[in-house]
Design a protein around this ligand. Structure first.
Ligand SMILES: CC(C)(COP(=O)(O)OP(=O)(O)OC[C@H]1O[C@@H](n2cnc3c(N)ncnc32)[C@H](O)[C@@H]1OP(=O)(O)O)[C@@H](O)C(=O)NCCC(=O)NCCS
Length: 413
């Protein structure tokens, strides 16, 4: 973990250290390391113009410190990285490029070599194949940043090369690392993170109608609060593991996922708490919605994201972190009313909390069917530039043989 501490007394940015000439990006004099507290604060201040718009600068600096204390990140889960000059002392060296990585629990699943045939029972999958499950880590990389004065010189490329290798065995055995590119598909693919499916279904915010309407809808879907998440996440993880095994029976790909565990959700919700407290002076209570009875439930967990704050609301999105259909064999007709009610609650929350869009990332086919049948106007968007889900696999298989399952917003950071 970096030496980032609480930002109650943020240190001023270290003076800049003009290097003339700047070192080549491939110079052996450069090193990937962790910043000191002062260097970390300086980096945050530089990134404010890109990512801090919804907050004041002091609030943004404080948020970044707070985000080292929440689930996933705390206890060394977050690592801040900088590319700098090895021979210069801390606080007196240039930060040529920077990023951070967040440790998550992950799983991969594949057929054991020499396993059974495909398609043994009409496409449902061979029943007697042996499946190899590997538990490990996945690091999410975020906040890749080069100060304007140092751009175009290959420093971010060098840092990605170094960080990609360092994360292979950082804090344990990594199965893979992921990132979400806002600069299209080619830059990170060139450095080892090919782009995966990056689409979403978009619904528009809508305030629920009459009080009668609200009452009726509440009977179908119920709000999810913090206290319900632990049980739902535990069920989700169990179902996801079964889904991965099922996929292994169907084909010979390696199926991988970041586990949708409680901490993975709390990271988003506590970030959301910080943002909503700062922008609205309060935090939301409705963190998702669930319909149906145990065994036949469908639910969605969501978070409100604010890039534009109230000044530029088009940057604000209610992101559905995860949608779970407990029994995927259940006919759509039995699920659709509950699903419609969940979407309506999300639309209502989106409007109440000044977001401009409700997004459900990479919906699987079951969900696409429910979206079509629910009768609520939606749009399917394939992203080409922003939030491009990208995965670097640390195993031996080529990336094309790695199937990223549950590639949904909860995996983002
Ligand atoms: C993206 C960024 C980190 C690149 O840093 P850098 O040190 O200049 O990167 P390198 O010199 O190694 O590589 C430059 C390459 O980055 C890519 N790139 C940079 N900005 C880009 C953009 N907005 N869209 C697409 N590609 C971009 C290009 O491939 C560029 O190649 P070029 O010089 O041939 O045009 C830097 O521009 C930056 O901090 N931007 C603002 C924050 C940001 O967008 N971060 C990325 C979040 S995913």
């Amino acid at each position: 973990m970096g030496s980032n501490g609480p930002a109650s007394t943020p240190a001023p940015p270290p003076p800049s250290f003009p290097l003339d000439p700047l070192p080549d990006a491939d110079s052996p004099l450069l090193v990937l390391t962790q910043p000191t507290h002062a260097e970390r604060v300086a980096t945050i201040k530089h990134t404010y113009r890109n990512w801090g718009f919804a907050l004041t600068e002091p609030d943004y600096v404080a948020r970044e410190a707070y985000l080292t204390t929440v689930p996933l990140a705390r206890d060394g889960g977050i690592t801040h990285w900088i590319l700098t000059v090895a021979s210069l002392p801390p606080d007196r060296r240039p930060i040529l490029s920077s990023c951070e990585s967040l440790r998550k629990r992950a799983i991969s699943c594949r057929r054991r070599a020499g396993g059974g045939d495909d398609d043994r029972d009409g496409g449902k999958g061979a029943v007697d194949v042996e499946i190899e499950v590997e538990e490990g880590l996945a690091h999410g990389i975020g906040s890749v940043f080069t100060e304007p004065a140092y751009r175009g010189k290959g420093y971010a490329s060098r840092m990605m090369k170094e960080v990609g290798e360092r994360l292979r065995a950082w804090q344990g055995q990594s199965l893979f690392s992921v990132l979400y590119s806002d600069i299209g598909k080619s830059f990170y693919a060139r450095h080892g993170w090919p782009a995966y499916e990056s689409s979403h279904v978009s619904f528009k915010p809508a305030v629920m109608g009459s009080v009668g309407d609200i009452e009726r809808r509440k009977q179908v879907a119920r709000a999810i609060g913090y206290h319900e998440l632990a049980e739902l996440c535990a069920v989700d993880e169990k179902l996801l593991r079964a889904d991965l095994a099922r996929r292994c029976r169907r084909d010979s790909k390696t199926h991988v996922a970041i586990l949708p565990e409680l901490d993975a959700m709390l990271w988003h919700l506590m970030r959301e708490d910080y943002m909503t407290k700062s922008i609205f002076g309060k935090t939301p209570t409705v963190r998702g919605a669930v319909a149906g009875e145990p065994g036949n439930r469908v639910w969605a967990v969501w978070t409100r994201g604010y890039y534009g704050g109230l000044k530029k609301p088009e940057g604000n999105v209610l992101h559905v972190l995860r949608v779970v259909v407990e029994d995927p064999e259940q006919p759509d007709e039995e699920l659709v009313e509950g699903f419609r009610s969940i979407v309506q609650m999300a639309q209502h929350e989106a409007a109440e909390w000044k977001t401009q869009d409700v997004q459900v990332w990479n919906p699987p086919s079951k969900l696409k069917g429910l979206v079509e049948k629910c009768g609520i106007k939606s749009e399917f968007v394939v992203r080409e530039k922003d939030s491009i889900a990208s995965l670097r696999w640390y195993g031996n298989e080529p990336a094309a043989e790695v199937d990223w399952v549950a590639n949904e917003k909860y995996a983002w950071c």
